[in-house]
Design a protein around this ligand. Structure first.
Ligand code: NAD
Length: 483
């Protein structure tokens, strides 16, 4: 089978201890825009995970562990520059592998570069403190790496999630074993090639693609791993946490969401509208922080539904390289799940749908974006994460009701308030159950500087920003008695 044009390396290899090794087995590489199999990708298992953990331990005991914080920072900065230079190539890989429209894929590549720039710059700026204590003592704290960190990444934003978790872990001096999703490992492998080129010492970063129940489970349970960062579904997150518990290892879980945007009677709708729709259909709705619920004060309800519907009707869905508003979903399975949810909305008002363009290949996993109105807060479409381009609009009458509906799911990842009343904004920012609250915006441009994570079934621990560096380190207290 010939290699598809954007693919500049062999995806059937694993990166362990600074060496590219043929995988013991392979999995099909599928293009979601066409449904065609393009080649084979590496399928590592327990033995490869074990070798990767051993290589990471050797790196910590060797060249990587001996680097100063400033030298680590410089390496990450250089890697970030290489990523930025290859942003178009990385975007082409992601478009092929995930079906992401090219501009969205390029934004992910540039976000990866920015994470590396941010964490490269932060590496030598994480400090301990001195603590006033008893006479005759000097007490101070040290921030040290955990050691070997495991990173289990999903398919929806591989580059961004690698940037925020591996970038922060490396900045703190950990050695990483990265297990990308079986549906999307090309950019993880490309990232390893660039890390090698940047001069990252052997074993500091190891990449073992493979199935979740094989490589992922082996990484979660490996006794040599001292911290696990998992992004993905609630179900698998719980499995990873249970496996980590057996080794008494800390876990960061970034799971799903059912994030609301609240539109009040005094909202600036012109400002809000692009965010209301984009935050639901970006990456075909396969976004953990997708704004899948739009809560609207009854006085503006008809206006919001009408104006969102206008935008939906104009949405075009097609192959990644056509770079339209919405690409395909990741897989036949995901398409089936999302269509199943849409079928459960027959009792709702289907306010509008987008259009799958005529030239979209028949075998691709396309779903027309669908806007449902008039949903009761307890409706299945208003409660469960759909992970597709589907939004529901829910009316409310009072602020109290809006908060109750917003907080009335198992999740708590992101929320937004659209209102020109400053006091309302402040009140609601405190009362909304979410890891991030946006006032008159949504997502704040994705800022790598902004700590991110959930409450409830959205997970625990924080990635992004400086906060991630605390999560990827251990605090040691040193108490010296000198009389
Ligand atoms: P998933 O949980 O099926 O897979 C995620 C990763 O876990 C993949 O690498 C997979 O191979 C691995 N995995 C699967 N089974 C495993 C096991 N038994 N042990 C260890 N690892 C295993 O999730 P998905 O379908 O890839 O992603 C969709 C979900 O991820 C959605 O629920 C979404 O909300 C969530 N997500 C959350 C965030 C966030 O930051 N909060 C970001 C992206 C996606």
């Amino acid at each position: 089978m010939t290699r598809p044009a954007p693919l500049w390396f062999d995806p059937a290899e694993l990166f362990i201890g600074g060496t590219w090794l043929p995988a013991p087995a392979t999995l099909p590489l599928e293009n979601p825009s066409t449904g065609q199999t393009l080649g084979q990708i590496a399928r590592g298992g327990a033995a490869e995970i074990d070798a990767a953990v051993t290589a990471a331990e050797a790196a910590l005991a060797g060249d990587w562990g001996r680097l100063s914080a400033a030298e680590r920072g410089r390496l990450l900065t250089r890697l970030g520059q290489l990523v930025a230079q290859r942003a178009d190539d990385l975007a082409a890989l992601e478009a092929l592998d995930v079906g992401k429209p090219l501009r969205q894929a390029k934004a992910d590549a540039l976000a990866l570069a920015r994470y590396l720039e941010f964490y490269g710059g932060a590496a030598d700026k994480i400090m301990g403190e001195t603590i006033p204590y008893l006479p005759g003592y000097t007490v101070y704290t040290l921030r040290e790496p955990h050691g070997v960190t495991g990173h289990i990444v999903p398919w929806n934003y591989p580059m961004q999630i690698i940037g925020r978790s591996v970038g922060a872990a490396l900045a703190m001096g950990n050695a990483c074993v990265l297990k990308p999703a079986e549906e999307a490992c090309l950019t993880a492998l490309a990232f390893a090639r660039l890390a090698d080129q940047a001069g990252l010492p052997a074993g500091a970063l190891n990449v073992v693609p493979g199935l979740g129940e094989e490589a992922g489970a082996a990484l979660s349970a490996h006794p040599g791993v001292q911290h696990l960062s998992f992004t993905g579904s609630v179900h698998v997150g719980a499995l990873v946490q249970a496996a980590a518990a057996r080794n008494v290892v800390p876990v960061t879980l970034e799971l799903g969401g059912k994030s609301p945007q609240l539109v009040f009677q005094d909202a600036d709708l012109d400002a809000a509208l692009p965010f209301l729709v984009n935050a639901g259909i970006q990456n075909a709705g396969q976004t953990c922080s997708a704004a899948s619920r739009i809560l609207v004060h009854r006085s503006r309800y008809d206006e919001v539904v009408t104006r969102m519907a206008e935008r939906y009707t104009a949405l075009q869905v097609g192959p990644a390289d056509a770079d339209l508003d919405v690409g395909p979903l990741i897989s036949a399975r995901q398409k089936e799940i999302v269509e199943g949810f849409i079928a459960r909305g027959t009792d709702l008002d289907r306010a509008a749908t987008g259009r799958i363009v005529d030239q979209a290949p028949a075998g691709g996993y396309y779903v027309a974006p669908t806007l449902f109105a008039g949903a009761a807060p307890e409706h299945v479409l208003a409660q469960q994460e759909i992970f597709g381009p589907v939004q529901v609009v829910i009316p409310f009458d009072t602020d109290e009701q809006a908060v109750a509906i917003a907080n009335g799911t198992d999740f708590g990842l992101v929320a937004a308030v659209w209102s020109s009343d400053g006091a309302r904004q402040m009140r609601l920012a405190k009362r909304l159950r979410a890891g991030q609250v946006f006032l008159n915006n949504y997502g704040a441009g994705g800022g790598v500087e902004l700590p991110f994570g959930g409450v409830g079934k959205s997970g625990h621990g924080r990635e992004k920003g400086f906060e991630a560096l605390y999560g990827f380190s251990v605090l040691k207290t040193v108490a010296a008695h000198h009389g």
